[in-house]
Write a protein that binds this ligand. Structure first.
Ligand code: SAM
Length: 238
């Protein structure tokens, strides 16, 4: 077995995610396509097998606890880049998740489409759009939104909360020390109809790097004026 798969097994057991050989093979395929196409698509600086296994795949799978309780989820990954965290979650629980991956950069969307085709994933779609434009066709359509490394929480709240049904959740994968960021996001979350549900502090199982998984529940409809036009949420956050 190669180092990538060994690392995935080791790390996944520590976060109580149980991978079979078919899943390991799909994760490895995704990794290999990413490395092969990295220079063309400008996808990641994390390329070494062990580091990529932990910082892309295990890191994405850490969000699984938040969706474990659902039997079925219609899920959107906003600013998915090379497919994280959406694709590893889909591979892990393919029957449970119907996935839409969104990125503003067409090259990245083309890369994601390539991975979807090569991994033969069903109920998985990649869309080239800005998060702010998604609400035109997908307003309050999803059960869950996930996002990693796209921006601060008050910005992500404006991108994600309009897309979620009432009772649904938005899960942000963040680094350590999010207290100040959360405080700054209080107003935006309230305006957009959300409520912080849980803030789970974790450590990556191999490197020990800190992670925080923030879950925001949608408790009210998002007022129709949100999200604002593309670019405004980032320039003038709520
Ligand atoms: N989520 C991936 C990960 O964790 O590896 C990619 C993170 S990358 C640092 C941020 C991604 O968000 C980029 O691919 C960028 O194009 C995308 N992005 C930034 N703002 C966006 C927006 N408003 N709508 C859609 N995608 C956006």
């Amino acid at each position: 077995m190669n180092k990538f798969k060994e690392e995935l097994i080791r790390g996944s057991l520590k976060i109580e995610v149980f991978l079979n050989e078919a899943m390991l093979e799909l994760f490895y395929k995704h990794y290999q396509i990413m490395i092969k196409e990295n220079s063309k698509y400008n996808l990641t600086s994390i390329t070494e097998e062990i580091e990529a296994a932990e910082k892309h795949f295990i890191d994405s799978l850490m969000l699984y606890k938040e969706i474990e309780k659902y039997n079925y989820v219609y899920m959107v990954d906003i600013g998915s880049g090379a497919g994280f965290p959406g694709l590893p979650l889909k591979v892990y629980r393919t029957e449970k998740i119907n996935l839409v991956l969104v990125d503003a950069v067409n090259k990245k969307v083309n890369f994601i489409k390539k991975v979807i085709a090569e991994l033969n994933l069903e109920n998985t779609k990649a869309i080239h759009a800005r998060a702010e434009e998604m609400a035109v066709d997908y307003r309050e359509k999803f059960d869950v939104a996930v996002t990693r490394a796209v921006g601060e929480i008050r910005l992500l709240a404006e991108y994600c909360l309009p897309l979620i049904k009432q009772g649904g959740i938005f899960i942000a994968a963040k680094g350590p020390n999010v207290k100040a960021e959360l405080k700054k996001a209080d107003k935006a979350i309230k305006i957009l109809g959300g409520k912080i549900q849980t803030v789970r502090e974790e450590k990556l199982p191999i490197s020990g790097e800190g992670r925080t998984i923030v879950t925001i529940e949608k408790i009210r409809k998002t007022p129709p004026q949100y999200p604002r036009r593309p670019g405004i949420p980032k320039k003038d956050p709520l």
